[in-house]
Write a protein of this length. Structure first.
Length: 191
């Protein structure tokens, strides 16, 4: 476990050094710079460094080629939601879903942004839309779990949360939701 943390730190350090070189030297195409920023954003997000992640994704979005826009915008949304920049998340989610109206991932991110804006009914509808397009979408099931929990439909919420957890077992947010639902069910040991 210690070796893995050291390795991840070395990778991030290497990426930061490479990004600095590319940005300062300006000898590579913008798409390569955007790719480096996307990689940094992904690493920072995985490490829980959400503000650093948001900064990297914003740089990637500014430098992105058309085929990198979706990944950069998705990263901005995910990181913005983590640092409570809900207006930014919603604005970018609306752009993302406008450019990819049939993408289940885009629709689920849009639903997440709607949810954090307090538009719960609209978010639930969008989660359902995403699940119609891709029934095995972890974010969609997680969203439905939150929607059912908000309506005190705890059995349905737990079913959706367990499905999301099966599909994305490493997603800590889903684990948190499962624990919160167990707690509301008064199953404290399971929580």
């Amino acid at each position: 476990m210690v070796g893995r943390g050291w390795f991840r730190g070395a990778v991030v350090t290497s990426l930061v050094a490479a990004a600095s070189f590319v940005i300062h030297a300006q000898v590579t195409p913008q798409s390569q710079s955007a790719e480096i920023q996307l990689q940094l954003g992904n690493e920072f997000l995985a490490e829980g460094r959400y503000q650093d992640s948001l900064d990297a994704y914003r740089r990637a979005l500014a430098l992105a080629s058309p085929d990198q826009l979706k990944a950069a915008r998705s990263g901005v949304i995910a990181a913005a939601l983590r640092v409570a920049e809900f207006d930014l998340a919603r604005q970018e989610a609306e752009k993302l879903v406008a450019s990819s109206p049939l993408s289940p991932d885009a629709i689920a991110l849009h639903a997440d942004a709607l949810w954090t804006s307090g538009l719960f009914h609209e978010a639930e509808t969008r989660y359902q839309d995403a699940l119609r397009l891709q029934p095995e979408l972890a974010r969609g099931h997680h969203g439905m779990a939150r929607a059912y929990a908000a309506q005190s439909k705890l059995e349905q919420a737990m079913e959706e949360a367990q499905t999301a957890l099966r599909l994305a077992p490493r997603d800590l947010e889903i684990h948190h939701t499962v624990g919160a639902i167990y707690e509301r069910m008064h199953k404290y040991e399971e929580a």
